[in-house]
Design a protein around this ligand. Structure first.
Ligand code: IMP
Ligand code: MG
Length: 184
């Protein structure tokens, strides 16, 4: 059962090295899963994953959650194929679930400027959920200038470009089993 975990990897002509190992990530998800299971006991939360990046994180995180829960997805486009945010958010796919009166946990791969998360909070609140909170695997704390309320954060990281474990660079690298950082 060997996952794809190279020491270094070249993606689209750029060199990346390991930043967070598979073990560090899984240990952290175990803790977050336990926390969510306690805090949402008897609430049957619905996780809403932000495609594409969050699919790996959410799929692993859910398997550390031991209470009844549901999942749905939405899709945004804001980055294009660049390493810096375009500053625009566009809806590409909406949720199918009816979240009125439900306990919603929005799940992102990474919060950078906070624009996407800020936009999604406003968007989902219109559906009148009973509660709305957010989980993100990574948070670039210094880059965030839009108001965001992050209840569950996997790792606070420096303001550097990362990929792997669902996160991409021009759509590649999502299949890496851990998080990699650009080598300067
Ligand atoms: P924000 O709206 O500026 O917070 O950007 C959030 C989105 O940008 C994330 O959901 C990612 O898809 C993407 N993103 C931000 N930083 C990175 C990175 O370092 N690597 C890959 N994708 C990133
Ligand atoms: Mg994303």
């Amino acid at each position: 059962m060997d996952q794809y975990l190279p020491e270094k990897v070249n993606i689209n002509g750029e060199q990346f090295r390991i930043y967070l190992t598979q073990e560090e990530i899984q240990q952290r998800l175990n803790t977050l899963g336990k926390q969510i299971s306690l805090e949402y006991k008897d609430k049957k939360p619905i996780f809403i994953g932000v495609l594409n990046g969050a699919f790996v994180f959410l799929s692993d995180l859910m398997r550390y959650v031991t209470i009844p829960c549901e999942v749905d997805f939405l899709k945004l486009s804001s980055y294009g194929d660049e390493k810096v945010s375009s500053g625009d958010v566009t809806d590409l796919k909406n949720i199918d679930a009816n979240i009125k009166g439900r306990h919603v946990i929005l799940v992102e791969d990474i919060v950078d400027t906070g624009l996407s998360m800020n936009y999604l909070f406003k968007k989902l609140k219109q559906f009148e959920p009973a509660s709305l909170s957010a989980a993100t695997l990574l948070h670039k704390t210094e880059a965030t200038h839009h108001e965001v309320d992050l209840k569950y954060v996997g790792f606070k990281i420096d303001n550097l470009f990362v990929l792997g474990y669902g996160l991409d660079y021009a759509q590649e690298g999502r299949n890496l089993g851990q998080i990699y950082i650009l080598e300067e």
